[in-house]
Structures are given as C-alpha cells and as structure tokens.
Design a protein around this ligand. Structure first.
Ligand code: UDP
Ligand code: MG
Length: 237
C-alpha cells in the first residue's frame, strides 16, 4: 500500500512529460511511499516511448498503456484501478495544473473524503472560459449543486471514493456530484492554473458536446434523486 497515487491521463503530451515527471516527483517526495501513474490514452506523438525512457530515471513511475484513444474519463478510470495509494490525486499532463498544488489539496483533506480544485483565475482563452461558465451555471441550476468548477482536473480523494464512483464516458465533468451521490464528504478549494505550454487542448471549444452534456446532466440528476441514504447504527462481527 502506498500513501499516495497520482493519476495522470496522457494523450499526445510528449513535450510536457519530462517537466511533469520532474515537478510531480518533487511535490510528492514528502508523502513517500507514492506512485505516479501515467495512463497513455493511445498517444501517437511518442508519449508512450518517452514514458518508457523516463521510467529508467523515475522509479515511482507506473505506465498504463491503453490500446487506443478512449477519452479522459476512461484513462482516469484505468488509472484508478491501477492505483495502490490510500489517497489518489488526479491531474492533467499538460502542466495547466501545477504539481506544486498537490500539497494544498492534501492539507485540506482533514475531515473530508475528497477535496476538489476550483480554478478561480483560469488561464484559458476567453471563449473556453465563457463556455465553461455557461456550462457550470446550467449544471448548477439543474443539479442544484454548489460547485464552481467541475471540470478542474486537480482533485484528491480517498481510494474508496474512486472505487465507489459511478463510471461513464464524460464522468469527469460531474465528479464532485458523483462523489456526493456516493455519500462522501467533499470540500472545494481554489487552486492555481497555468497556460498550456505545449501543444493544444484536446477539446474543441465549439462542438456537439453541449447536447450530450445536457443528457449527461439529466442522467446525473436521476442518479442524485436515487441517492442511497442510510446510517449504520452498529456492526457486530
Ligand atoms: N486527455 C486524454 N484523452 C483524451 C483527451 C485528453 O487522456 O482523449 C488528457 C490530456 O492529455 C490532458 C487531460 O486529459 O492530460 C486534459 O486535456 P486537455 O488539457 O486537452 O483539456 P483542457 O485543459 O483543454 O480542458
Ligand atoms: Mg489542459
């Protein structure tokens, strides 16, 4: 058992990987024993080959290679299933989530099962920020949840939380809601955000995803309505 598993989905992020590993390792050192799980989501830019090369110098690196590009939610799920840490931290590979923010999440775990990041000062294009603001407002209205920034990838949770989440394609846009539905205590904290240094976003600003995310929101609403509520009085073994 490790103290900490970092789970990072990687899709064509070769240009960021060296710095990512270097900074993430430095941030995790105080929490040893730890592991950094990079899930290569069918990259074709040499990311996987570079990860194999980096493994020679980074003993804490665990590489999961998906057969083909399967999406961020699938890559994260594969990472969660590989993780051996009592706590899991998820983040992106492109360094928009600075690894130095990992301690901020972990320091806030006291009394909570999950801590989720909120990019208060988001370093994305105006269009992306505007789209995200509309999406967050609509979701908040339909789901009546208090969360500001569901799609922020920087999140920490106990390993039991990851195992209990309802998994589906696009779940990454609803993780705080899914954590609550699974009955866990959750806290939102502001985290820093950086510009993408290399490559481009893997998501288009304008696409049909708005329509599918509307159906996803209704699906999560149905889950929320059927949330199990119970209190264990005692267990006699
Ligand atoms: N990603 C992935 N599979 C995909 C799309 C994205 O593993 O099909 C990864 C990507 O490499 C990055 C993270 O998911 O680590 C977030 O992607 P991106 O930075 O493009 O999203 P944005 O920050 O623009 O919302
Ligand atoms: Mg990004």
């Amino acid at each position: 058992m490790k103290n900490l598993s970092i789970v990072i989905p990687v899709f064509n992020e070769a240009a960021s990987l060296k710095e990512l590993l270097c900074r993430t390792t430095a941030a995790c050192e105080p929490y040893s024993p730890y592991e950094i799980i990079c899930v290569d989501d069918g990259s074709w830019d040499g990311s996987f080959e570079l990860l194999l090369e980096l493994k020679k110098n980074y003993e804490h690196l665990v590489i999961v290679r998906l057969q083909k590009n399967s999406g961020q939610s699938a890559a994260l799920t594969a990472g969660f299933k590989t993780a051996h840490g009592s706590t899991i931290v998820m983040m992106d590979a492109d360094l928009q989530n600075p690894p130095e923010a990992i301690p901020t999440l972990l320091e806030n775990m006291d009394g909570f099962d999950a801590v989720v990041g909120w990019r208060k000062d988001r370093k994305d294009s105006f269009l992306k920020r505007a789209g995200s603001r509309i999406g967050n407002s609509l979701r908040r209205m339909i789901l009546r949840d208090p969360f500001h920034d569901n799609a922020c990838s920087l999140k920490a949770f106990k390993s039991a939380v990851a195992a209990d989440l309802v998994k589906f394609n696009h779940m990454i846009f609803f993780l705080p809601d899914l954590i609550e539905i699974a009955g866990y205590r959750i806290k939102e904290v502001p985290v820093p955000h950086e510009h993408r240094k290399h490559g481009r976003s893997k998501y288009r600003t304008f696409s049909l995803s708005g329509i599918s995310s509307f159906w996803d929101t209704l699906f999560v609403k149905a889950l929320k309505k059927r949330k199990l509520t119970y209190t264990v009085e005692r267990i006699i073994a």
